[in-house]
Design a protein around this ligand. Structure first.
Ligand code: ADP
Ligand code: MG
Length: 482
């Protein structure tokens, strides 16, 4: 927002996030919901809406939804029901989507987000269960739209936020947090680019100080975290300019155009009554017993905020390092696995945050595809901590380990990088340097102690970096002060 409009107007934003759940089978049919297989190979008569087929609820759809409900501080309804949301679309053979309308399974929750310097609590209105539609494919055949029903009936949850967000940055932070939570819970892979996490943004503006909300538009089609932020920023500007030039915002659905970086009209907004919601007659109400709740609670992993604080207070990591390490569960797990093998949090964190992340970045891979195991990594760090190798040797060996399965100690030997901590090797070199540099020796003895660096440098050079610098320093000081 430009500064002038920012002073006069405030934005109000609420997000609707859809997450595809990582269950093995579909929401109401015993067929795989895996992604990426040949079109229409994962369909049953139910997915095709054949008459007489009946839906059967997937137990894990319920369990996973309770999981995120608990993780986002929601109330869990003892009884909730499914509803039919009726609309026509070619990739929806039944003519309705099974969803939850009046009674979502989770409601009244919140999550805390961090935006730059401040923290803020964002309300979660509801989380409900529903099913995905199939996919219409427009770019394979020049004359026809093709339909792939593999995705039809994939279990989804919809997470609806309260209109508590005020800036595009807050919306971005909220969405990242939701992704972090679903990834920690291992209920969704959180990939916006592939569509397993999708976000619609509701945006309105109001003059600062006004209590009532303005009319909102709903933005769709943003397939990355940055695009959500950009689309909201663009839409806020558009609404402000519209209102400032005497127009009024119309409630409508807009599409984000990634190429043009602008929002444009898709359709005027539908209302709930357009969908003719009614209770799903083929499914009984969902009942959540206290035993079910207890069981899910037992299965909840340590959540990111708790882990972050533990990394700071118990392991002594800096906040910045802890944030990076806990951002994804897999990386934090890798770190903790390493820590269980070698109790040196800072040394391990340092190597992961510099070298390991550099490689993940360069190769565009995730930590699960990284080839150096925590065992190998900690062995390398031990060599350094035991002064068997120096830092630059550690780096060289690390690079070599990416290509080789050999143990770090073997590589260190083979690459001739083992540090020599033997004074029988070091002393003659020091004696020689002292003999060759009488001026420096005299100045040192007169009090110019900074010259110690010069002597160490000379010895390291003579030994081709193999002398143990700690020992070198010790021996030089001893000899110079003799
Ligand atoms: P619908 O189902 O029609 O999209 P909901 O009432 O479920 O409508 O609201 C969807 C989202 O819109 C919620 O995240 C809510 O916080 C947000 N929202 C509601 N009113 C406004 C508003 N005036 N400005 C911005 N967001 C809003
Ligand atoms: Mg909506």
């Amino acid at each position: 927002m430009s500064t002038i409009s920012n002073e006069k107007y405030e934005a109000v934003i609420g997000l609707e996030v859809h997450a595809q759940l990582l269950t093995k089978s579909k929401a109401f049919a015993a067929v795989s919901s895996d992604y990426g297989n040949a079109p229409n190979t994962q369909v049953t008569p139910l997915c095709l809406a054949h008459p007489g087929t009946l839906p059967v609820l997937n137990e894990n759809h319920v369990n996973y939804t309770i999981k995120i409900g608990l993780a986002t501080n929601c109330q869990i309804a003892e009884k909730s029901i499914f509803a039919r949301k009726n609309y026509f679309y070619p990739d929806l053979p039944k003519g309705y989507q099974i969803s939850q309308h009046e009674t979502p399974i989770c409601y009244d929750g919140y999550i805390d987000i961090e935006v730059g310097e401040y923290e803020k609590r964002i309300g979660i209105t509801r989380i409900h269960m529903e099913e995905d539609a199939g996919k219409s494919i427009h770019d394979q055949d020049p004359f026809h739209t093709l339909i792939d029903l593999n995705r039809a009936g994939t279990p989804l949850i919809e997470i609806v936020s309260e209109p508590d967000l005020r800036t595009p940055q807050e919306a971005y932070a909220y969405l990242r947090k939701i992704r972090q939570i679903v990834q920690y819970l291992e209920i969704c892979d959180g990939n916006m680019e592939e569509g397993s996490l999708r976000c619609d943004a509701n945006v309105s503006i109001r003059p600062r100080g006004q209590k009532e909300f303005g009319t909102r538009t709903e933005l769709k089609n943003m397939n990355s975290f940055r695009n959500v932020e950009r689309a909201i920023a663009y839409e806020i500007e558009r609404q402000i300019e519209l209102v400032e030039s005497g127009g009024t915002v119309v409630q409508q659905t807009m599409l984000w155009d990634t190429a043009k970086m602008e929002t444009r009209l898709m359709r005027t907004k539908e209302e709930a009554h357009d969908y003719r919601y009614f209770p799903e007659p083929d499914l009984p109400p969902v009942r959540v017993t206290s035993e079910m709740l207890e069981k899910v609670k037992q299965e909840l992993p340590e959540m990111p905020d708790v882990r972050l604080n533990r990394f700071i207070s118990e392991l002594g990591l800096s906040e910045e390092d802890a944030v990076t390490l806990t951002d994804g569960k897999a990386l934090a797990d890798y770190f903790e696995k390493s820590l269980s093998l070698l109790n040196e949090p800072k040394a391990i964190a340092n190597l992961i945050l510099t070298e390991v992340l550099r490689i993940l970045n360069e190769k565009s891979i995730t930590i699960s595809e990284f080839t150096i195991s925590p065992e190998q990594l900690t062995e390398l760090i031990s060599l350094k901590l035991e002064d068997k190798i120096n830092s630059s040797a550690m780096q060289e060996i690390f690079n070599e380990m990416l290509e080789s399965d050999k143990r770090p100690a073997t590589l260190a030997e083979e690459m001739n990088l083992i540090q020599v901590s033997d004074s029988g090797f070091i002393d003659p070199i020091i004696d020689q340097i002292i003999a060759d540099n009488p001026d420096e020796v005299a100045r040192y003895r007169e009090g110019k102690k900074a010259l110690i660096g010069f002597f160490i440098g000379q010895v390291m050079k003579q030994s081709r970096g193999k002398a143990n610098p700690k020992l070198v320093r010790e021996r030089i000081v001893q000899k110079l002060e003799e």
